[in-house]
Design a protein around this ligand. Structure first.
Ligand SMILES: NC(=O)c1ccc[n+]([C@@H]2O[C@H](COP(=O)([O-])OP(=O)(O)OC[C@H]3O[C@@H](n4cnc5c(N)ncnc54)[C@H](OP(=O)(O)O)[C@@H]3O)[C@@H](O)[C@H]2O)c1
Length: 326
């Protein structure tokens, strides 16, 4: 049995989901993967805040204490770029494996962090950073490791999909956005989502994982120009409007597009409603593969984080076993 000690940085929506999920799944993970996962320290800003399922003795406001204390994996769920970046750099410098759900951090300095991690001989798991509970990154990195990916296209922004499906039901853009904000999955400043930039950032990460080629073309337009009339006309033909993000290999490199598209009812993306995500991967040997599910939320995102922690734990256990045999 391998004991894997976790320093958890951040205990908000996803971090507290991780604490709860780990409490629920710990015994099954031990039985199936032979890995015993233990949270050693939890970094927060406010130790006095009420937190369900959390052992308050583990809380600290000192990142140095959380990261430098003996641990095997640093799980970064703080969010943002500045502090989170400093924590991840420190974790790598201390030769800790890292798991993060932080798309913004990877977009801002992913290349530098991955180079540092390679040099330090540690890994960075980031499945949760794109499409939350949909294991897209893991499928591209592991499931399709033996195949050549040709294109990835999908609905990767839950806020836009929620707004478009509500508009299909007759609601205005403004009312649909307000409900998404009330339910907590649209930001108070929604421009990044509704103008397509969140989807584009996700596709840049997807492109880096799926293809060994640079991005040579990027077109981004959001859903502000989707009118009730367009939705109504599409509906007459049995079609729907969705914000589709795609990354595709061209002879020159990777082309990324994010734009509202009219989809035929038979398209696997057409039946995806509300804040759900879906991705269609086309690869040479497998053909078309569709993944659908929750692209955000405490438990789905925590499940993706936990899967990365288990993968790191089992890989480290295998290396240690080989070293012991040698
Ligand atoms: N929420 C989702 O559904 C979702 C889905 C996919 C990916 N993600 C990504 O997951 C990450 C976490 O998101 P979240 O929604 O869980 O965020 P959140 O609810 O805002 O939680 C952030 C946590 O980090 C702590 N924190 C913030 N700044 C800190 C700092 N400078 N030093 C120490 N601790 C700090 C906060 O402490 P306090 O609790 O004391 O305030 C809180 O516990 C983000 O990168 C986000 O993009 C989230």
């Amino acid at each position: 049995m391998k004991r894997v000690r976790i320093a958890l940085l951040g205990c908000g929506t996803v971090g507290s989901g991780l604490v709860e999920l780990l409490a629920r799944e710990r015994r099954r993970i031990l039985a199936r993967h032979d890995v015993h996962l233990v949270i050693e320290r939890i970094l927060v800003r406010d130790v006095a805040k009420a937190r369900r399922y959390v052992d308050r003795r583990l809380l600290t406001t000192s990142a140095v204490e959380a990261i430098d204390r003996e641990c095997d994996v640093v799980v970064e769920l703080v969010g943002g770029v500045h502090a989170a970046g400093a924590y991840v750099r420190r974790a790598i410098a201390q030769r800790r494996d890292v798991v993060t759900a932080n798309k913004a951090l990877l977009a801002a300095c992913g290349a530098e962090l991955f180079a540092d991690a390679r040099a330090a001989g540690v890994s960075i798991g980031f499945d949760a950073s794109v499409c939350g509970g949909v294991p897209l990154i893991n499928v591209l990195q592991r499931g399709l490791a033996g195949d050549s990916v040709e294109s990835v296209r999908g609905i990767v922004n839950g806020t836009c999909n929620f707004i478009l499906t509500r508009m299909e039901d007759g609601m205005t853009f403004v009312d649909a956005l307000r409900i998404a904000q009330e339910r907590g999955f649209a930001e108070a400043e929604p421009e990044f989502d509704v103008d397509g930039w969140d989807a584009a950032q996700k596709m840049r990460i997807v492109a880096a994982v799926a293809f060994d080629r640079p991005v040579v073309e990027e077109h981004v337009s959001g859903i502000r120009n989707v009118t009730p009339e367009w939705i109504g006309r599409a509906r007459l033909g049995g079609n729907v409007i969705r914000l589709v993000a795609s990354a595709k290999l061209t002879p020159f490199g990777v082309a990324i597009r994010v734009e509202p598209r009219e989809l035929d009812a038979n398209d696997p993306l057409a039946c995806v409603r509300e804040e759900n995500n879906a991705v269609v991967i086309r690869s040479r040997a497998v053909g078309e593969l569709t993944l659908t599910g929750k692209g955000a939320g405490a438990m789905p995102t925590a499940a993706a984080v936990l899967a990365d922690v288990i993968a790191i734990g089992t890989a480290t256990a295998a290396v240690r076993a080989q070293e012991a045999i040698a």
